[in-house]
Structures are given as C-alpha cells and as structure tokens.
Design a protein around this ligand. Structure first.
Ligand SMILES: Nc1ncnc2c1ncn2[C@@H]1O[C@H](COP(=O)(O)OP(=O)(O)OP(=O)(O)O)[C@@H](O)[C@H]1O
Length: 393
C-alpha cells in the first residue's frame, strides 16, 4: 500500500469514526431526554405516593389505657394494636375515644365523639314505611326493581334452580326527585330488609380520607343486618369518569370507588344483601361500575308523564280534606315537566294556602296558587332542578 492509499484509508476511517460519534451523541441526547422524563415521572409518583400516605388515616377506638400506651381497635377490620400515646395526648386520651391512626397505628388526632363518621355517613332504617302504593307513575320501574331485587331476596332458590345469577346491583338513573330513594325504601319494606343509605356526595365532601373505609363499613354493616338493602345515592360522586387532574382529592375518590368495586366483586358470598344505587348524572359514570357482576341492571326512572303526575298528586293528597272542585286532570295538565318531589310540594303548599286562610278544606284555587308559587320559586334557578349538584370535576 502506498502512502497516499494509506492516507485515504485513514481518512475514510476517520470519517466513519465521526459518523459513529454523531450517532452516539444523538443517542446520548435522547437518553438524556428520557432520563429527564423519567425523573419527572418519578417526582410525580413520589408526590402521589406522599399524598396517598398522608391521606390514609384510619379510624380506631381506644379500648384500654396503661402507662403511656393504648390498645386501639381499628374500625372495619377490628384489628387490635398496642400503640404509644403521643406525649401531647397523654392527658386527654380516655378509653372509648375515637381516634385517627396512621398506617403504623400512631395516634394522629382524637376525633370528636359527636362526629362518628359511620353513624353520620349512613342512614340506617330497620323498617322503612314506604310502600309501592306510595309511589306514583313508575309502575314499570317498580316491576323491574321487584324482579331484580325483591325476587332474589325472597325466592333465591328460583334463581339457583334456573342456574342463573340474580343481578348484583341495580342502578336507578334519572332526574332528581322522581322516586328513586322511595323505590329502594319500598323494596326494603316489602322484603323486611334493613335499609342502609349512604350518599356518595357526602363521602367525598364530608368524610375525606375515610371514604374507602366507610364503604367497607357499609358492606360489613349490611352483612351484620341481613337481609339488607344498601342504597348508594349520588353514586356519580364516587364513580365519575377519570379526569386528567392528579390532585390527591381525585386519588381519594378513586380509592373509594376501588373499594366499592372490590366489595361488589366479592359480593356473592354475602348472602341476603342487595345493592341499589342512584344517580342523576348517568353520563358522568365510569363504565367500570356497569360491568357484569357490578351494577348490571340499569333502570331509568324518568320524570312523571301526565298520568304519573295525576297519580302522584292523588297519593300526596290522600289524607287531605279536598273540596269537590279539585280537578286532578287539570292539575296534571298544569304541571307539565314537574318532578314527583315537586308534585309532593304542590300538595303540601296547597294545604298551607288553605290553612293560611283558616280553612280546613283544600280547594282547587289553593292548588293553582301552589303551582304558581312553585313556578316563581324555581324561576330564578338554573335550568337544573333543585337538589341537582354539579360536581366540580
Ligand atoms: N314517583 C313518586 N311518587 C310519589 N312521590 C314521589 C315520587 N317521586 C318523588 N316523590 C316525592 O318526592 C320526594 C323525594 O323523592 P325521592 O327522594 O325518592 O327522589 P329521588 O329520585 O331519590 O331524588 P334525588 O335524585 O334528588 O335523590 C319523596 O319523598 C316523595 O314525597
């Protein structure tokens, strides 16, 4: 090889090395970029983790006290643990107190005895007095609920023999004040079941940090009191579609929903407990809760039609002393678009008008005045009906 050739070969080799160098620099840059992305992701996860850690406080009751230590029993799983009493609580803490503890059972705060979350968050009615006869205009919905909830409670063998699983949960959806809660109470009444209600919106607003625990308590209580009907009102508050926001509030709501799903998935063994949920915001629901084995029976409860309004008014005026001129057909005509709850308040208001005039007989004119008042009262409100809540996520 001549010198010139050698030089040429070296040049080529050098050019190749330059190429490789460029490629490596490029790879390094993109690795650097990826590293930055991962760091950001790690930071985000760390923050989320921190938020999860700080918000998961559990509720426990102080069972016994001794020299600087307390035996606390965690609600829900009834686990008993001996824990040190923080110095600032040595004086205050007494047996029977409700406390918030962290993952390692360190007592964080003494909770106000008045605010027993379980008692506050759940409305328990051993024997509700609403009957199907008290509900007007939704006969088809009553039939469906009876079939899906009442039958499996009263005649479980029918389902066994036929080899089918009864619906796990029933979701009632429709505008506010149309009788969804009444329906759930009536089923409980008819089946002699305990009615246990929990409002989704309260779980996320009032009982922050306790949502998933309360959901667990809810199912536990229902099992203790079976036969029982669990009624979760405004389920959209805990089972809304995921949003992009990553606030810890959302994580908490998510956990509450996960707890609900896992309770429902482990539901078969629970025996005589049925779940009914209600929502005014079907569009907002996370589809995960509608899967088979969860809320797999959907029943729409619409605003009452003409006949429905007449029936509801008749129901709510049953005990009233009505004048002969009261014309239900006309009143149903004049109340187009009104919900069952509004029809109920027309009846009450009409009675109030009569009382104000020191009469005991309620006349057509009282009903007309009541409808007018209702129109006036709702004139200043947004298009949504009273009681409608637009959740801020
Ligand atoms: N179909 C109906 N028949 C008779 N009364 C009704 C009917 N719907 C509503 N009402 C009256 O309105 C009140 C409220 O109804 P209910 O609580 O059942 O409505 P809801 O659909 O659960 O409303 P929300 O979605 O606001 O919780 C009832 O206590 C009852 O007086």
């Amino acid at each position: 090889m001549s010198d010139t050739e050698r030089l040429e070969a070296l040049r080529e080799h050098f050019a190749e090395i330059l190429n490789v160098h460029d490629e490596l620099t490029e790879q390094l840059d993109s690795a650097d970029e990826r590293r930055k992305e991962l760091r950001t992701e790690a930071d985000r996860l760390e923050r989320e983790n921190e938020a999860l850690k700080t918000s998961s406080l559990y509720i426990a009751t102080v069972e016994e006290l001794s020299e600087g230590e307390a035996i606390v029993k965690q609600h829900g799983n009834n686990q008993e643990v001996l824990t040190e009493i923080p110095p600032n609580m040595q004086e205050e803490l007494t047996a029977g107190d409700r406390v918030a503890v962290n993952d390692s059972f360190g007592i964080q705060t003494i909770l106000d005895g008045e605010t027993d979350a379980r008692a506050q968050a759940m409305e328990v009615d051993e024997s509700p007095d609403v009957t199907y006869g008290d509900i007007g205009g939704i006969d088809e919905q009553i039939r469906e609920v009876r079939e899906a909830v009442e039958e499996p409670l009263i005649n479980p063998e029918k389902f066994r023999e036929a080899g089918i699983d009864p619906p796990s949960g029933v979701l009632l959806y429709g505008p506010p004040g149309t009788g969804k809660t009444m329906l759930a109470k009536a089923v409980a009444n008819e089946t002699d079941a305990t009615f246990i209600k929990m409002a989704g919106s309260e779980l996320v607003r009032k009982f922050i940090g306790e949502g998933s625990r309360l959901v667990r308590d809810l199912f536990e209580l229902a099992t203790e009191r079976e036969p029982a009907i669990i009624f979760i009102d405004e389920i959209d508050a805990i089972a809304a579609k995921r949003t992009d926001s990553k606030t810890s509030g959302d994580a908490e709501v998510q956990r509450t929903m996960m707890q609900l799903l896992s309770e429902m998935d482990g539901f078969e063994a629970r025996g005589e407990v049925r779940i009914i949920a209600a929502t005014n915001r079907f569009d907002m629901l996370d589809r995960a809760i509608l899967r088979p084995g969860r809320f797999d029976r959907l029943i729409e409860v619409p605003e009452p039609d003409f006949d429905g309004r007449e029936q509801i008014l008749r129901i709510h005026t049953r005990g009233m002393n009505l004048a002969d001129d009261v014309d239900f057909t006309e009143l149903a005509d004049e109340t187009e678009g009104k919900s069952g709850a509004e029809m109920a308040s027309v009846a009450t208001e009409a009675g109030m008008f009569a009382i104000r005039e020191e009469r005991t007989e309620v006349r057509m004119s009282d009903f007309e005045a009541a409808i007018e008042k209702l129109e006036e009262d709702s004139a200043g409100e947004p298009i949504t009906s009273p009681g409608y809540v637009d959740y801020a996520y």
